[in-house]
Structures are given as structure tokens and as C-alpha cells.
Design a protein around this ligand. Structure first.
Ligand SMILES: NC(=O)c1ccc[n+]([C@@H]2O[C@H](COP(=O)([O-])OP(=O)(O)OC[C@H]3O[C@@H](n4cnc5c(N)ncnc54)[C@H](OP(=O)(O)O)[C@@H]3O)[C@@H](O)[C@H]2O)c1
Length: 352
């Protein structure tokens, strides 16, 4: 049987993505073959395509951090899972494919009846948002939070989960994203025309308890200025290393962003004001404490089933149009999550 997958042929722009057709992968011992129904498209995919994300695999590779699919075939030594069951995974790369083989321990059951595109939005974006709120910032009702990129994939998840946690929220976004940020309970701040530090001190006098900063670089220092004493910046991204969907600096330094994180974290401890910068990484927390990833994703699926959260789907593309999906996300101004939908994915397809 043959299948289609997307590969990155060289580090660069969306033209680095190619559609290839080849033999379907066979599951090895301890692996499960999954027929993919939905694969998320996220900024980390673009950073890996550009070769600047620390997790970038060697070339050529198939991008795709997160997927929802149906168990298709079992390798030797697998028990406790049946073909036809719906599952989710965070393979970090490889999800832009019709079929993927993964170790059984990577699979998390997905309740039946959920839309595959909405379900896949939880795997990377909502787990990131949930863990930053509850495991990094330990937020409490009534606290004030500033969310950067609030109309984006992770940003809109932070707003929905922050509202459930009883936070007072401010969200930086471009003008196009402002209505979505207001609808999700945030006070929009147009970062392209206003100084967000001044705006926060105007709106929330002494500052906010926590800032979620996925922009990275020197932006983290400005985020620190928006804090009240003893507040913390949760630093989790490198959006600023892309401009117009391409590398902003032109230089491919995979660990440059991380070195800057290190400087700011140290600065937070050394400078007065008890304002800390703490890093968050979904992949490192999952490697160190895999049970937490599973537990938090299951909790989020329950919230989706109970309709307490509703991921914003910006656009659905067929797998073969992954390049257009990257072009759109790279241009900016996207509200919510872009998803690649495959294998006739629909509300009930492949439901367990
Ligand atoms: N550490 C982790 O575990 C982890 C996990 C997931 C994602 N991430 C990181 O999180 C970041 C966001 O990812 P995503 O998939 O949510 O991306 P996304 O959907 O593209 O959202 C990014 C948002 O940032 C906004 N933006 C760009 N520059 C901005 C600025 N200077 N100030 C405020 N907002 C700005 C964009 O709005 P406009 O286009 O309208 O300007 C966009 O809405 C990325 O850096 C990604 O690598 C980290």
C-alpha cells in the first residue's frame, strides 16, 4: 500500500516542502501504525523548516508536531489497544503524513465524537497553555495576566483556559485579532501601534502577575517591565526569529534563542524587584514527566467534550497543500490554529 507524506528538502521558506508518495511504513516491535486524520500546523513547524528550532531533525524530514488519527495496524508485542481506536500524539516531527508508526507509549486515547481538527488543537497548543498556567505560573483566580500573540494558536488557548481559571487578561495582537481576543475575554492591546508596557501600567497600575511571552529575544525584557514586583514571565517561544514567515536575521543559529533565554533567566535572579523569567518547553516537560502530558491532555479532552473550551480553527487544508498552510501562517494575522485534514476526516470518521 502506498501513502503520501510531506518532506522538508532543505532549510528555508515554504518552497522547501515537497509532497512524496512512497510505500506505507510498517510498524516495528512495540509500534502502532496510525492513519492520520488531522495534523496541526504551528509556528514550531515553520521554525523547524527554517532549521532554527532546537528540535530540528536532520534533512530530509517530515514536519508535524501533533496529530490525531485511528489505530490501523499493530506491531509485535502490542496489547491493550485495538485497530479502529482513536488516538492523539505529539511526535514533534512526522505528523504531515497519511500513515505514521509510533511507539504505543506515545499514544493518548481520544474520546469518540470529537472533531479531529478541534481535538488536534489540544495536543500542542492547549497542553502548552494549560501547563504554563497551572504548572509554571500556578495561577490563582483574580490574578492579572498579559498574553502575547493572544489571537494565535497558543495565545487563544491561553485566553480560553485563563478565563476558566478566573484570570483578568490582557492580550497583545494586531488589529485583525482584536475582536477574537475580546470574544475570548481578553482586553486587546494593539502591539503594532501601542507600547504594551505603558499600556499595561495605564490599565493595571502596578503591573500584571504573569506574562506569557512566546515572542522571545529582547521582547522578554520588555515583558519583565510589565510585571508587578514578584511577578513572573513564562518564556516559551521564538516568534520574533521569523518575519513575514522567513528567518528574520538570515542566520541559522539553532541555540541562539536558548542562549538569550539563559541570560534573561539569570538576570531575573540577579536584578532587584523579585521579577523572574521562567522557561517552559512542552517537549522537555514531556520527556522528564511523560505522565503529566498524558494526564493534562486527557483533562483537556474532557473539557472539550463538556464544551468548556472550543478551539478556534483558522483554516483546514488537505495534506498536499501543506505549503499553502505554511505560507498563510508565515504571513501572520491568523486567528487560531491551522490544521491539515486527511483521510476524509470528519466528526465521526474513525470514531472508536
Ligand atoms: N515552548 C513550548 O513548549 C512551545 C509550544 C508551542 C509553541 N511554542 C511557541 O509559541 C509561539 C507561538 O506559536 P503558535 O503556533 O501559537 O503561533 P501563531 O499561531 O502563529 O501565533 C503567534 C501570534 O503572535 C502574534 N505576534 C507576532 N509578533 C508579535 C509581537 N511582536 N507581539 C505580539 N504578538 C505578536 C501573531 O499575530 P499577528 O500575526 O496578527 O501579528 C500571532 O497571532 C512560537 O514561538 C512557538 O515556537 C512553544
Amino acid at each position: 500500500m502506498r501513502h503520501t507524506r510531506i518532506i522538508v528538502t532543505h532549510y528555508g521558506g515554504p518552497d522547501a516542502l515537497r509532497v512524496v508518495e512512497e510505500e506505507c511504513p510498517e510498524p516495528k516491535d512495540g509500534e502502532v501504525r496510525v492513519r492520520v486524520l488531522a495534523a496541526g500546523v504551528s509556528l514550531p513547524d515553520l521554525l523547524m523548516r527554517e532549521g532554527v528550532h532546537p528540535e530540528t531533525p536532520p534533512l530530509p524530514f517530515t514536519p508535524g508536531w501533533d496529530l490525531v488519527g485511528v489505530v490501523d495496524r499493530l506491531g509485535d508485542g502490542i496489547s491493550g489497544i485495538e485497530p479502529g481506536q482513536r488516538v492523539a500524539a505529539l511526535p514533534i516531527s512526522g505528523a504531515y503524513a497519511e500513515f505514521v508508526c509510533l511507539p504505543q507509549r506515545e499514544l493518548v486515547p481520544v474520546p469518540s465524537g470529537l472533531d479531529a481538527a478541534e481535538a488536534v488543537s489540544l495536543v500542542l497548543n492547549y497542553v502548552t497553555a494549560y501547563q504554563m498556567l497551572h504548572r509554571s505560573a500556578h495561577v490563582r483566580p483574580g490574578q492579572r495576566a498579559l498574553i502575547h500573540g493572544a489571537a494565535g494558536g497558543v495565545g487563544s488557548a491561553l485566553l480560553q483556559l485563563g478565563r476558566l481559571a478566573g484570570l483578568e487578561m490582557y492580550g497583545t495582537c494586531s488589529l485583525r485579532g482584536a475582536p477574537a481576543v475580546s470574544d475570548l475575554g481578553g482586553i486587546p492591546i494593539d502591539y503594532q501601534h501601542l507600547d504594551f508596557v505603558k499600556e499595561i501600567h495605564r490599565l493595571a497600575s502596578e503591573g500584571v502577575d504573569v506574562v506569557f511571552d512566546g515572542i522571545g529575544g529582547t521582547h522578554m525584557w520588555r515583558s519583565r517591565k510589565a510585571l508587578r514586583p514578584a511577578g513572573r514571565v513564562v518564556a516559551y517561544g521564538l516568534t520574533s526569529s521569523l518575519r513575514g514567515g522567513r528567518l528574520a536575521s538570515g542566520r541559522r543559529h539553532r541555540y541562539h534563542g536558548i542562549a538569550i533565554f539563559g541570560l534573561y533567566i539569570a538576570g531575573g535572579w540577579l536584578l532587584p524587584g523579585r521579577k523572574r523569567v521562567v522557561p517552559y518547553s512542552i517537549q522537555w516537560l514531556k520527556r522528564l514527566r511523560p505522565a503529566l502530558f498524558r494526564q493534562d491532555l486527557i483533562a483537556l479532552f474532557a473539557l472539550l467534550q463538556q464544551q468548556k473550551i472550543k478551539p478556534l480553527i483558522a483554516q483546514r487544508f488537505p495534506l498536499a497543500e501543506a505549503r499553502h498552510a505554511h505560507e498563510l501562517l508565515g504571513k501572520g494575522g491568523v486567528t487560531g490554529k491551522i490544521v491539515l485534514v486527511l483521510n476524509g476526516s470528519s466528526l465521526e470518521s474513525g470514531a472508536a
